[in-house]
Structure formats: structure tokens, C-alpha cells
Design a protein around this ligand. Structure first.
Ligand SMILES: Cc1cc2nc3c(=O)[nH]c(=O)nc-3n(C[C@H](O)[C@H](O)[C@H](O)COP(=O)(O)OP(=O)(O)OC[C@H]3O[C@@H](n4cnc5c(N)ncnc54)[C@H](O)[C@@H]3O)c2cc1C
Length: 460
């Protein structure tokens, strides 16, 4: 069997890359290790209930008429109808530090601008300058690492404001401890603060099903339960892949979306990241009986919080760092008319600490239960009590993410080192997705599309 274009990984970057290619040539095959597509952004069932794994909100909201906006460019490149997204905008989100300092933001950039002018008057001019600088900054130019924290500190006199601005952008996309690359910061600042967030009306399953239908209608093929064990190459050129089943598939061009070190391992090459710390997270999903939880705020969609004296975004010494995190209230998107209620919590977690307990299944399971309990108590101080309304809950750890997506150490945002041009030093093997430096749902899809446009379409 010979496939002209092979995509390793059926997450969002792989799906988007394959759809883009299939618009011109249907001879494309996606190989996905899991039985289900979506990767980090998928779903699972427990007790006949559906749980979304990686969706709080989709960033990069744009009005339909804004042709230059990343979201609309992505939809055009995929020829995927905006109607399929069934967009519901966030109501309002918030950054809360120590329960006292608060900044609201929404899909109207004016809101956070006004909040900063009122609450951080000394930094108001600086914030205006920051926006002007970012407007003329090209985040896609390949450049060495530049500290976003330092860049902000040079412009904004309020250290607290620097931390408050970094908190959501780090939690939604930094693979580096306590800092971000300035390019990544610029992309995230635009996608979260300037453009904003939304979610589809139905579950992520429906969106994934629609993307897959679209891909199949274009003639593309996919095999799930097909894990690539090895990439065959002669040092310059790739000529095939071997699956764990032992089957060999010859191919023309390969796009890997599984991560940098993960791809190098398939080539039998050493990892590039060495001992660099990878950041892991725990997420708990609490499904609630709506009638039993009157206290939850109806006017907050996502809350980014820090309760510690200083904000640290780093791998904790303990299994979980409960001092900061993200609370998502998925029913609070405009016009959703949700009949069920859910609360999701995210905290930084240590892969090593969870790994140390993995051999003892009971200890590991018990730590998950304790984590859910402790997290709930932290959340209740912010959003009000909901414990009495929980009908089902599930917690996933860095080990769960590693197990289901093969992401090394379950690091959602991947390798701290990014390969921005997707070039792995082979004539016909390229990298897309998280480790190309584009994160989140829209980011990873744009990554798949842009790698196909830059490196692959011209080879056919
Ligand atoms: C808890 C959580 C919350 C999140 N919240 C949000 C959010 O609110 N908004 C947002 O925009 N983003 C969110 N994200 C991030 C977003 O889901 C990811 O950035 C995005 O889905 C990454 O897509 P990807 O295609 O680059 O990688 P992946 O999703 O990792 O896709 C890679 C695929 O490759 C497969 N694979 C791995 N190894 C092999 C192999 N050897 N052979 C074949 N297949 C293989 C994996 O199974 C996987 O399906 C969240 C993620 C998580 C986990």
C-alpha cells in the first residue's frame, strides 16, 4: 500500500491538515492511534454521560464579516461552514487574584481596557502602548525566545497587572514555567483578550463528527486504532511508516501532529527537550443537577484565579497546585439554553508525583478523589457551593492525558521548544500542531492548514 500524503494523528491539527489537502487531492490518509478522533480535544462516556475532555471555550471569536480574522480564514481554508460551529459567545470572564483584585473581560475588548483604566490607572497608558506595540508585532516571524514577562514589566508599572494578564494566557497556552515567549503571548493576547471566546451549541463530538464527514465527503481516508510505531527513513527522506500491528505503509509525504520528541522517537532519534520541564494539569468535571445548585453565578463563563501571594505557573512539588487554576462554567455562553449544569476545574499538576503513585492503583484512585474534593472546596470559595448538586464527577491527570493522546508526560502544551517552521530536516516530513507553536483548538487547526499550504501542496 502506498499513500501519497500521510497524516500521523487525528487530533484537530491532523484533521484540519488532511481536510485542507483533500480539497485538492483525496489521496490522503490519517492514522490515529486511539479508537476516537479529537486527541486532546475529544470526549468520553461514563455512566452514559458524555464528558468533553479539552473544551472550555474556543478562542479567536470573530464576527462573520471579518474576513481577515483567523477563525474566518480557517473556515475558508477548510471550506467548512460557519453554521456548523453554531457559535455561542462567552457571557463574561474574570481574572480574580486573592479573592480581591478582579478584572473582567469579554468579547468586547473595551471592557478590559476600561477595567484596567479604573483599577490600574498608573498602567492605563502603558496598556494602550502595549496594544499598539502588539498590533505592529509579527508573532509568526522566526525569532529567538523573548520573555513576555520582561516585555510587560518594561511597559506596565503594576506588577500585579502583569501577573493578572499573564494568568489566563499561561493557563491557556504556555509550555514554559513562569513565562511565555513573546510571540506566543502576542498570539494568545489577541485570541483571548482582543478576539474572545465562544463554544459550539452542541458537544465537541458533534463538531468532530461534522469535520470528519466533511473530510470523508472530500474523499479523504482515516484509520483509527492505527498507532505508528516507527517512521522509516534514510536520514533525508521518509519512505514509510510501521504500525504497532506490524503493517508497513509506504508514503510520499508525512505530516506528524503528535509532538516533536514523540516524532523524533519514531525516527529513532534522541529527544530535543532533554530535561526541560513539561507542564501538566489535572482537570475535574463536576456534572450537576440543575435544580439543586442555585448559587452558581450565571454571568461568568470562565474564571482564572490565583489565591497565593504571588502567582506561580510552574510544576508543583505536590501532585496538584491548588493555589491557582481555571474554573469553567460551560452553561454560561450566550443563548445556549443549557438544561444541564457543569463545573470544570483545572490546576497545574506534577506528572512525576502522579507517576510515583501509579503503581498502586488504589492510592492513585484515592488521590484522584481527594483532588476532586480539594478542588471543589477551592472553587466553592469563588463560585459558591455546588457540592450538594454533584451527580457525577471525573478527574483526569497528566497520566490520563499521556495514556490517551501519547503526549509525553501528558503535557497539553507540549515541548517548551517549538519548531515554528515545521521543518524537521527531512525532504518530506513536517511537523504540525502543538509543537509547531500553535495552541488551542483554532491554533492547532491553523497550524495543520498552514503546514499543508507551506510545505505539502507544492509537492503534488
Ligand atoms: C483539559 C484540556 C482543556 C483544554 N481546553 C481548551 C480550550 O478550552 N480551548 C482550546 O482552544 N483548547 C483547549 N485545549 C487544548 C486543545 O485541545 C489542544 O491544543 C488541541 O486539541 C491540540 O491539537 P493537536 O492536533 O495539536 O494535538 P493532539 O490533540 O494531541 O493530537 C495528536 C493526535 O495524535 C495521536 N497520536 C499520538 N501518537 C500517535 C501515534 N504514534 N500514531 C498515531 N496517532 C498518534 C493522538 O492520539 C492524538 O489524537 C485543552 C486541552 C485539554 C487536555
Amino acid at each position: 500500500m502506498k499513500v501519497p500524503f500521510l497524516v500521523i494523528g487525528g487530533g484537530l491539527s491532523g484533521l484540519a491538515a488532511a481536510i485542507r489537502f483533500a480539497r485538492f487531492n483525496p489521496e490522503v490518509l490519517i492514522l490515529e492511534k486511539h479508537t476516537r478522533i479529537g486527541g486532546l480535544n475529544s470526549y468520553f462516556y461514563r455512566n452514559n454521560r458524555i464528558f468533553e475532555t479539552g473544551l472550555h471555550a474556543i478562542t479567536n471569536y470573530a464576527e462573520a464579516g471579518d474576513r481577515k480574522a483567523p477563525l474566518n480564514r480557517l473556515l475558508r481554508q477548510l471550506k467548512f461552514s460557519r453554521d456548523h460551529l453554531d457559535i455561542h459567545q462567552q457571557i463574561c470572564s474574570e481574572i480574580v487574584f486573592r479573592g480581591a483584585e478582579r478584572l473582567l473581560f469579554s468579547n468586547d475588548f473595551q471592557l478590559i481596557t476600561e477595567q484596567i483604566a479604573t483599577k490600574f490607572p498608573h498602567s492605563s497608558d502603558g496598556f494602550g502602548r502595549l496594544v499598539t506595540l502588539l498590533d505592529s508585532f509579527d508573532p509568526f516571524r522566526i525569532a529567538p525566545f523573548r520573555s513576555a514577562r520582561q516585555f510587560l514589566a518594561d511597559i506596565l508599572p503594576d506588577r500585579l497587572l502583569v501577573d493578572m494578564l499573564l494568568c489566563p494566557l499561561m493557563f491557556y497556552g504556555s509550555s514554559i514555567e513562569d513565562d511565555m515567549d513573546l510571540s506566543q503571548f502576542a498570539i494568545m493576547f489577541r485570541s483571548i483578550f482582543q478576539e474572545g471566546m465562544f463554544r459550539p451549541g452542541e458537544t465537541i463530538k458533534i463538531l468532530l463528527d461534522r469535520l470528519l464527514d466533511h473530510y470523508r465527503n472530500l474523499g479523504g481516508s482515516i484509520r483509527t486504532g492505527a498507532e505508528v510505531r516507527e517512521i522509516l527513513h534514510d536520514g533525508r527522506k521518509v519512505h514509510g511508516v510501521v504500525l504497532t500491528s506490524g503493517e508497513t505503509i509506504d508514503c510520499g509525504v508525512v505530516l506528524s501532529t503528535i509532538g516533536l520528541d514523540e516524532t523524533l522517537a519514531l525516527l529513532h532519534r534522541p529527544p530535543l527537550s532533554g530535561d526541560t520541564i513539561r507542564l501538566g494539569f489535572v482537570e475535574t468535571i463536576y456534572q450537576l443537577q440543575a435544580s439543586r445548585c442555585p448559587a452558581l453565578p450565571a454571568d461568568r463563563t470562565i474564571i482564572f484565579f490565583n489565591n497565593a501571594d504571588s502567582f506561580h505557573y510552574r510544576r508543583p512539588d505536590q501532585p496538584v497546585d491548588f493555589s491557582s487554576g481555571v474554573i469553567c462554567l460551560p452553561m454560561n455562553f450566550a443563548g445556549l439554553g443549557a438544561t444541564s449544569k457543569e463545573v470544570r476545574s483545572t490546576h497545574l499538576a506534577s506528572y512525576d508525583q502522579w507517576q510515583a503513585r501509579a503503581a498502586d492503583r488504589r492510592a492513585y484512585a484515592s488521590l484522584k478523589v481527594q483532588t476532586a474534593e480539594r478542588s471543589r472546596m477551592v472553587l466553592e470559595d469563588i463560585v459558591g457551593d455546588f457540592g450538594q448538586a454533584i451527580v457525577f464527577q471525573d478527574t483526569f491527570t497528566p497520566l490520563t492525558i499521556e495514556r490517551y493522546t501519547a503526549k509525553k508526560e501528558g503535557a497539553i502544551y507540549g515541548n517548551p521548544q517549538k519548531i515554528k517552521d515545521g521543518d524537521l530536516g527531512y525532504d518530506n516530513l513536517f511537523l504540525a500542531g502543538t509543537d509547531q507553536g500553535f495552541l488551542g483548538i483554532v491554533g492547532s487547526m491553523l497550524s495543520g492548514v498552514s503546514m499543508v499550504n507551506q510545505h505539502i501542496l507544492n509537492k503534488f
